[in-house]
Design a protein around this ligand. Structure first.
Ligand code: NAD
Length: 323
């Protein structure tokens, strides 16, 4: 099986590729070729693929999902596209939304069209719980209406709708996944876990938005990758599947845990004005994917401890990004 993974040099994409080629996911045994297509924005780095760089099945292509002619070269013969490439940071989408529309909306449409023209038999659109907006109680099911609040979430919602439209209009074999907040190694230090850990390890203060009571449902990146593989192999065309988190925490609770892991206390926390349009809570019901056999395997406490240890042990990886 020949896979094309877009955004494969980013946080989740590189974890997915390392798991398949490194043997952590048994599905990797069926992979005969794996092409990573990545534009290497600030968030992507070839070093993230270092542990599997010598695998003869891996081909790295430096390019953009908005580049139709490049896609027309790459896609013939590909058995499945796993589409993770995106602009992903909500704060950046608030200060400048244009790259989010270009990559997430136009890039996804360009990739869908190229997959259709090349006759690619399978397409996985990787998306987020943020497309539903905020939920006070309970959890979203896959048929909930989309109500995104940030430009990031709106661009992902648009991409999901385009993906589903290609399934319905053209019969492209597309499945969409939507996941909660990921944590794990190799995450660019702008998102809360690596940002806080890398600052606390340097003895710096960390900024906590608003009252700190916004709730997120955390999932280890390896469990997200397990969910992606389940959806890729068993998901139905034109359907959406949730990959829920395993630990629902307020940002204050998460901060408390990170302070403890890094040997710091609340004097290291600086309250800052809330993020504009900050969603209060996200929560997903993942029963539909569990019915296909998916189970998360990483207990949150152990996963978070291992993640903090990874950043502690990989100063050279994140120093370049934060200095
Ligand atoms: P990331 O920002 O770490 O990585 C994104 C990757 O995409 C980078 O390697 C970047 O270079 C690449 N990229 C950006 N623009 C590109 C373009 N035009 N063409 C090709 N490559 C391009 O993101 P991530 O956290 O790994 O997220 C991956 C996917 O998962 C995204 O689609 C995101 O919406 C989704 N997702 C993320 C989370 C999360 O918590 N991080 C949760 C749910 C869903």
């Amino acid at each position: 099986m020949h896979l094309l993974v877009t955004g494969g040099a980013g946080f989740i994409g590189s974890a997915y590729v390392r798991r398949l080629l490194g043997g952590a996911d048994p599905a990797g045994a069926r992979v005969t070729a794996l092409t990573v297509l990545d534009a290497l924005t600030y968030a992507g780095a070839r070093a993230n693929l270092g542990p599997v760089a010598g695998d003869p099945r891996l081909r790295f292509v430096h390019g953009s999902v908005t580049d139709g002619p490049l896609l027309a070269e790459l896609l013939p013969g590909v058995d499945a596209v796993v589409h993770l490439a995106a602009e992903t940071h909500v704060d950046r989408s608030i200060t400048g939304a244009a790259p989010f529309v270009t990559t997430n909306v136009l890039g996804t449409q360009t990739l869908l069209q190229a997959a259709l023209e090349a006759g690619v038999p399978r397409f996985l659109q990787v998306s987020t719980d943020e497309v539903y907006g905020s939920i006070e109680h309970g959890s979203w099911r896959e048929d909930a209406p989309l109500d995104p609040n940030s430009p990031y979430a709106a661009s992902k919602a648009a991409a999901d709708l385009l993906a589903l439209a290609y399934a319905r209009t053209h019969g492209l074999n597309v499945t969409v996944t939507r996941c909660g907040n990921n944590y794990g190694p190799y995450q660019y230090p702008e998102k809360i876990v690596p940002r806080f850990v890398t600052a606390l390890l340097r003895g710096q203060q960390v900024p906590l938005y608003g009252d700190g009571l916004n709730v997120r449902d955390w999932i280890h990146v390896d469990d997200h990758c397990r969910g992606l593989q389940t959806a890729l192999e068993h998901g139905a065309p034109g359907e959406v599947y949730h990959i829920a988190g395993t630990a629902e925490l307020t940002n204050r609770q998460l901060t408390s845990l990170l302070l403890a892991h890094c040997g710091a206390d609340w004097s290291s926390v600086r309250p800052v004005a809330d993020r504009k349009g900050h969603d209060r809570r996200y929560a997903l019901d993942d029963g539909k994917l569990r019915a296909l056999g998916y189970r998360p395997e990483v207990p949150f406490e152990a996963g978070l401890a291992a993640t903090v240890a990874w950043y502690r042990d990989h100063l050279e990886w994140w120093h370049a990004a934060v200095d």
